[in-house]
Design a protein around this ligand. Structure first.
Ligand code: C2G
Length: 143
């Protein structure tokens, strides 16, 4: 194995342009992009509800992206250090909603927080599905 390995984590539910853009920017920081997709159970334990799409679907969607090289299931938030070591991370990338939260791993890899894409999120998509997207359309067109 050669090249700089970038590792990132996420749920990637209702996959949207913000997800794509962070994965593309993460991949551009190195040569190999490894994505830990959080399991349904991890989401339930964290948020008290399951994602809309089951783990298998979310993994298949992320795996199919041109910018993604490897995917694994993130089963536990507490195992981040093990995941980073196991996947030989040179860089850990997260969106800046996680700013500072993963600084403890700076002893084993570089930690980079990239700016989130504004306006769009899985939660907002759920709202749009319920109420329509008229007010968001103009903002989404700028992304
Ligand atoms: N993201 C982004 N722009 C958005 C929405 C999300 O850049 N508009 C980024 C997030 O910052 C994150 C990644 O996309 O880095 C995945 O986002 P989520 O699916 O919301 O994942 P999250 O619930 O933050 O799970 O161990 C950490 C968790 O697995 C992260």
């Amino acid at each position: 194995m050669s090249g700089k390995r970038v590792v990132t984590f996420g749920t990637f539910d209702l996959f949207h342009i913000g997800h794509l853009h962070i994965l593309e920017r993460a991949r551009a920081l190195g040569d190999v992009l490894v994505v830990g997709v959080s399991s349904d159970e991890l989401n339930f334990s964290k948020k008290g509800r399951y994602p809309v799409y089951p783990t298998r679907h979310r993994i298949e969607i992320v795996q199919a992206l041109r910018c993604v090289d490897e995917v694994f299931t993130e089963e536990s938030l507490e195992q981040k250090r093990e995941y980073l070591l196991h996947h030989c991370a040179d860089i850990l990338v997260m969106g800046d909603d996680w700013s500072g939260r993963f600084d403890e791993f700076m002893d084993i890899c570089e930690v980079v927080y990239l700016p989130r894409t504004p306006v769009i999120s899985s939660s907002e998509i759920k709202v749009v599905c319920q109420y329509g997207r008229d007010d968001l359309k103009a903002r989404w067109d700028t992304l």
